[in-house]
Ligand binder design. Structure first.
Ligand SMILES: Cc1cc2nc3c(=O)[nH]c(=O)nc-3n(C[C@H](O)[C@H](O)[C@H](O)COP(=O)(O)OP(=O)(O)OC[C@H]3O[C@@H](n4cnc5c(N)ncnc54)[C@H](O)[C@@H]3O)c2cc1C
Length: 377
């Protein structure tokens, strides 16, 4: 059995790690914590030059035409560096929505721009009741002579303020899966207003998006009217894989930081790393992280190659990594003692990102329940 990455994936991993250590050090993360939009256009441009924004986009539309496992390898590095910005929501979710269900015209308009880093997209899915199933989709899209009119409110829309286009999950009829449709809405559309929401993790800004009679043409519909839930379900699986990969990288980095710190911090005339209590904590963290890696890689592989397995593997990876990242960052803070609790130390960037990743797109309890349903338990 060969569980290793390909030579190309290893190259991507090494390039990403090196690039991000230079271009997105903790100093930049700290700077972007104070930035009103939490986003660096320059870093985005540079990642586009490396092809990352077009990684999942077919070559015919200016991308690299790679798959979810390659993306997971990259996202692990992005999580390791707690890179602030809309990458997951634009270059994974909006991109996949268009790649999988966009009309030829939508693909031609948006994919080359997304690949080149000239446009940013985001997914507007959740509503006030925070439901992840189709019944939670209530924002109305009413059919008119010229297209549709959207009315309602979306919550926690990531990086809506820097997005050029929102992929909006709306209700065109019914109450459950039948009757869900997707629309592309430009951020500047009249009637769309955004309000930033207070959030602990400043690397992942979120907004309330209010749609007051937002008129879009017929060509804004992505996929078929009323049949959008299948696409949404696929995007939710992608989100689980993406956040699990980000969490994996972040957890590994938290462990690395904690171990490094305990080797240099001395108490009672010896490095605190020599105390058994801390060695055990580090070993438990490592034994949490190591098997999680294969879960993430398998979920990413299944997303592309094993359709019957994809949802189950995504739920399993998200459930496990939600727990692992939260537990690892918690322990890493403890290993740092009082300094790990302070604003001045960088540790809180990972601790807070773990909180975001833990709850976004369903926490561990939600995905364990989902897994039980998928398995027929
Ligand atoms: C919220 C908060 C408020 C605080 N308020 C105050 C305050 O008002 N006044 C004040 O004086 N201080 C305050 N402190 C500081 C606090 O007293 C120290 O953080 C605490 O005593 C731990 O010391 P340290 O930070 O130097 O950690 P360290 O001693 O460096 O410990 C780091 C890690 O090593 C472990 N460790 C250390 N020695 C051993 C050992 N011998 N065996 C096994 N494990 C070991 C610790 O358990 C910890 O996990 C505060 C800290 C926090 C987090």
């Amino acid at each position: 059995m060969d569980f290793s990455l390909s030579a190309e994936q290893e190259l991507l991993q090494n390039t990403a790690r090196e690039f991000l250590s230079q271009e997105c050090p903790p100093g930049l993360v700290r700077e972007l914590y104070d930035d009103p939009k939490g986003f660096s256009p320059e870093l985005h441009r540079k990642t586009a030059e490396l092809g990352w924004t077009g990684l999942l986009i077919p070559e015919a539309h200016g991308g690299l035409g790679l798959g979810m496992l390659d993306m997971a390898v990259l996202l692990e590095e992005i999580g390791r560096a707690v890179v602030p910005g809309p990458f997951v929501f634009s270059s994974v979710l909006t991109t996949l929505g268009l790649v999988q269900a966009g009309s030829p015209a939508q693909r031609e308009t948006w994919l080359p721009r997304l690949a080149a880093g000239q446009a940013i997209g985001t997914l507007a899915f959740l509503e006030a009741d925070d439901r992840l199933d189709a019944r939670g989709v209530r924002l109305k899209a009413k059919k008119t002579k010229h297209g549709y009119v959207l009315s309602g409110t979306k919550m926690f829309v990531p990086f809506a303020e820097v997005a050029d286009v929102l992929l909006v999950v709306a209700r065109t009829s019914g109450k459950a899966e039948q009757g869900v449709s997707l629309f592309l809405v430009e951020r500047q559309a009249p009637g769309l207003s955004l309000t930033p929401l207070d959030i602990v993790d400043q690397t992942r800004r979120v907004y309330r998006a209010e749609f007051q009679q937002v008129a879009v043409p017929k060509t804004a519909l992505v996929g078929k009217k009323d049949k959008g839930w299948k696409i949404v379900a696929r995007l939710l699986d992608a989100a689980c894989v993406a956040l699990a990969a980000d969490s994996l990288g972040g957890a590994q980095k938290a462990l690395d930081l904690a171990v490094e710190y305990t080797k240099t911090r001395t108490q009672f005339n010896r490095p605190i790393a020599s105390f058994q209590a801390l060695k055990h904590m580090a070993a438990e963290m490592a034994s949490d992280i190591e098997p999680a890696r294969s879960l993430v890689w398998y979920a990413a592989y299944a997303f592309d190659a094993l359709p019957a397995e994809a949802s189950r593997a995504a739920a399993l990876a998200k459930a496990r990594l939600s727990d692992v990242y939260a537990r690892t960052t918690n322990r890493a803070v403890q290993m740092h003692g009082g300094i790990g609790f302070t604003w001045e130390h960088d540790m809180h960037f990972w601790f807070k990102r773990a909180k975001w990743n833990e709850f976004a797109f369903g926490d561990a309890t939600y995905h364990r329940e989902r897994l039980a349903q998928l398995e027929g338990f």
